[in-house]
Design a protein around this ligand. Structure first.
Ligand SMILES: Cc1cc2nc3c(=O)[nH]c(=O)nc-3n(C[C@H](O)[C@H](O)[C@H](O)COP(=O)(O)O)c2cc1C
Length: 201
């Protein structure tokens, strides 16, 4: 009887230790998530948004690099990629499109999200969301995003070059304003973190 108890206790101990090791290795994996944010900006608001997304991911235990789409980059280092772009004249920035096109094969192996900033969404209506959604269609030829962030952006004439300022004031007739919804942006970041973790467990 005594021997049986010792055998059962030993088996239980082995099971508990195995479980603990499994949990520990999962926790280790979580801290090893490296995320790259590739950001295309003209006047800075999309880059500031990338900084804020990075902060939220770092708070979750990720390490984050931010780069421009023209920098040489080794995607193999990353377990997650987020591509962010400003919208100009209804278009994703050309360098962001090129980045997605050139790295399409590698990106298909990494959970990749896309976010855009545009003033169409300063009024967040279903019609404006549908319009904003069309802006990212050209990127979807090269990337199948695990999530999409459609965000209202910022218009600051002082940050624009002559032609862009002229276009914004006279052609698009867009008044100045910062329409970014930071809680919405942080939700996108936290949700992306959950998606990356799920894809690694
Ligand atoms: C010249 C110009 C054209 C723009 N065209 C559009 C547009 O077609 N649709 C839209 O929703 N927003 C448009 N915007 C708004 C920008 O997408 C928004 O201001 C964004 O936050 C800019 O990002 P950035 O500061 O990173 O450059 C335009 C802005 C400028 C200056």
């Amino acid at each position: 009887m005594k021997q049986r108890i010792i055998v059962i206790a030993t088996i239980l101990l082995i099971l508990v230790l195995g479980l603990a090791e499994g949990i520990a290795s999962n926790i280790t994996n979580v801290t090893e998530i490296n995320v790259l944010i590739v950001v295309g900006t003209k006047a800075g608001s999309t880059r500031e948004t990338a900084d804020s997304i990075a902060k939220a991911l770092i708070n979750n235990g990720c390490s984050v690099d931010i780069c421009t789409p023209t920098e040489p980059i080794n995607l193999k280092k990353y377990q997650g990629v987020i591509i962010g772009s400003a919208i100009r004249m209804g278009q994703i920035l050309p360098d962001i499109k090129k980045f997605a096109q050139n790295n399409s094969a590698e990106l298909s192996k990494i959970p990749t999200s896309i976010y855009i900033l545009c003033t169409t969404l300063k009024h967040d209506t279903p019609e404006n969301r549908a319009t904003a959604q069309t802006y990212i269609n050209p990127l979807k030829e090269y990337v199948s995003p695990v999530s999409i962030g459609l965000f209202a952006g910022k218009m600051d004439y002082s940050k624009l070059k002559f032609f862009a300022r002229f276009a914004a004031k006279r052609m698009v007739k867009e008044p100045e304003g910062d329409y970014r919804d930071w809680p919405q942006i942080h939700n996108f970041a936290n949700n992306y973190y959950r998606l990356v973790i799920e894809s690694h467990t």
